[in-house]
Design a protein around this ligand. Sequence first.
Ligand code: URA
Length: 441
Amino acid sequence: MPTVLSLIEAKRDGASLSDAAIQAFVDGVVAPEAPARFPDYQVAAFLMAVFFRGLDDRERRTLTLAMCHSGETLAFPADPDRPVVDKHSSGGVGDKVSLPLAPLLACLGFRVPMISGRSLGITGGTLDKLESIPGFTTRLSRERILRQVEELGVAMAGQTENMVPADRRLYALRDVTGTVPQRDLITASILSKKLAEGLQALVLDVKFGSGAFLHAYADARVLAETLVQLANACGVRTRAMLTDMETPLGRAAGNWLEIRETVQCLSGAGPADLRELVIAQAAQLLLQTGRAEDVAAATTEASRCLDSGAPLARWNDLLAAQGADLARYAMLLCADAIVPAVGELKALESGYVTRCAAGILGAVIRDLGGGRVRQDSTLNPGVGIDHLRKPGEQVQAGEVLCRVHAADGPSLEVGLARAREAFEIQPEPPAPRPLIREILG
Ligand code: URA
């Protein structure tokens, strides 16, 4: 059995690790206690070695499958009328698509056992957003996910000691060791969770731009190809959308603020870009499972369903099923803000917004307490940014470019000053950028 030190050294020096060596690494990650359990500092060192050296195709596949099988996996009874499907994003600022999409998919007749992650780097995480709802639990056992998905069509859960535990530990360590933006680690992390769900079809949202892990379109495209190839090779019909993350998605970013925007989207309102992605991803899954003839029919079906109000009712059922305190939730939804310090960032000149940099705003939100800088960082669910003005929109001097929600006055002042750096205003509008650049698979 190789020692963890020998694995670190081998990867540091650029070796291709054997399947047995990769399995030994994952075993050491999930072992319950020392000496079998590898310490955080050595796991982190191995991740940094992979960050710089990468994995070849075989190593990436072996790591993905070893992580997937590091705990229990899901298997659903065959039911051709209710395919088991899911989506996953590579991560972005304000990217709350999973939240309205999951109940929409359930209303379209799919079964959706969604296993997600927490905030990662400057991007928000589905679990942290959901846990900003009072009482909502994302810690579900395998049996509970299976039952809830059969009954309600949807469950939204996180990695646990029993389900994809390897990703649970590696994900948390990558978040605070600068080892997130790496194609092989992202692929293994995403697909270990998705392959554990027993899916028939999967749509991936691979983001590029300053608010994504891979800024360059070409790099994100390689990630998308890698994900699509491996997921399909493992038997899950998968497509990837490459979507623009230069600007935050929607007009709000931050855990609780994104729950509010989710409810707007489910109510037939909310920002157009959010609605566009929710409908496009639902439509993709209708196509991938042969439930719609073409994109136009799939889009119409998904839009009609979203506008019917049924997905909002299913969202409320999901909240009740997973323990939300519905009275407190309803009270919070009526509040304009749930933190004491809210300030407006005003335009200094008139013109068109030409930049609203997701990378800068994501870092502002993380540092306000919306994400982690250490493993033991405590999140403040109410911090974030809303009322965002987006590229192409005309503003007058003195109009609000965004609001910053902070825990106190001093952090609000810092947040407002840093948020200003994200915006650029010019006399002419910018060239429009499509939100969905390409669909692969
Ligand atoms: N989402 C994941 O689950 N893992 C990553 O590494 C990035 C996005």
